[in-house]
Design a protein around this ligand. Structure first.
Ligand SMILES: Nc1ncnc2c1ncn2[C@@H]1O[C@H](COP(=O)(O)OP(=O)(O)OP(=O)(O)O)[C@@H](O)[C@H]1O
Ligand SMILES: O=C(O)C1=C[C@@H](O)[C@@H](O)[C@H](O)C1
Ligand SMILES: [Mg+2]
Length: 178
């Protein structure tokens, strides 16, 4: 696989909670790439949590930091990059994402809600109607996510390891198409 990819980065996109960070770490181990997470880099650089950035600086600042981080990350090769769920909404970010292969992890909203029920680290879900918010965000984002090179639809019972394996076995077919 590493030979086939020739160092090209993989960018994982999709809604919050679909498993970009979890599956990304496994993919990196599997193919000997480095793992990076744009959310983690932003948190380290800002010295505060994503919730704090949203509250104190606002979402627009977060989106600017996200684009800056993506631009820097793209200078490297042999990376698995877990991105933030909203990275697809800035058109300029696609110029960077398309430096590599873009993989959309697609999980039904009901499963995302169950996974994140006890998790208060996603500022956009800290409201009275997280299900409504997720549905709205997905409606706004779906056509952007669908620009990915690879669309992985994930079922409720599929483990992160199984998803990683499925991605790796499907990649050769999309490389042939390109
Ligand atoms: N296939 C899976 N099956 C069960 N739980 C999972 C699976 N993938 C991820 N999870 C769990 O779902 C939660 C969210 O996963 P993760 O943080 O990897 O999502 P993410 O896509 O990186 O989200 P964000 O965009 O907010 O960073 C975590 O608690 C993780 O352990
Ligand atoms: O879907 C989103 O807009 C977000 C997802 C997370 O990865 C973080 O980037 C942040 O919580 C925003
Ligand atoms: Mg993540």
């Amino acid at each position: 696989m590493t030979n086939l990819l020739k160092g090209v980065n993989l960018y994982l996109i999709g809604m919050m909670g679909v498993g970009k960070t979890t599956v990304g770490k496994l993919l990196a181990q599997e193919i000997g790439y480095r793992f990076v997470d744009t959310d983690e880099i932003i948190v380290k650089a800002a010295g505060k949590s994503i919730n704090e950035i949203f509250t104190e600086n606002g979402e627009a600042d977060f989106r600017q930091l996200e684009s800056d981080v993506l631009a820097q990350v793209c200078a490297y090769t042999k990376l698995i990059v877990a991105t933030g769920g909203g990275i697809v909404m800035q058109q300029q970010n696609w110029g960077y994402l398309h430096h590599g292969l873009v993989v959309w992890l697609d999980v039904p909203i009901q499963i995302i809600l169950e996974r994140l029920a006890e998790d208060n680290t996603r500022p956009l879900l800290q409201n009275a109607d997280p299900q409504g918010k997720l549905s709205l965000l997905l409606e706004q984002r779906q056509h952007k996510y669908s620009q990915a090179d690879l669309h992985i639809t994930i079922t409720a019972t599929e483990t992160p390891a199984e998803i990683a394996t499925r991605i790796l076995t499907t990649i050769p077919s999309i490389l042939k198409k390109q």
